[in-house]
Write a protein of this length. Sequence first.
Length: 53
Amino acid sequence: MTRLSELAQFLVKQPKGILAADESNATMDNRLLSIGLDGTEFRRKGWRELIFS
């Protein structure tokens, strides 16, 4: 196994994973609406700060 393959396997080993965080504002708004929050710039920013801090 190459070093790159070993590194890739390490990054996704349970319970780790890779978070896809490139969703559009519309997708983020739908996610927020599904949990009863308004899909505003303020809410999207708050969610991203929560996830990445």
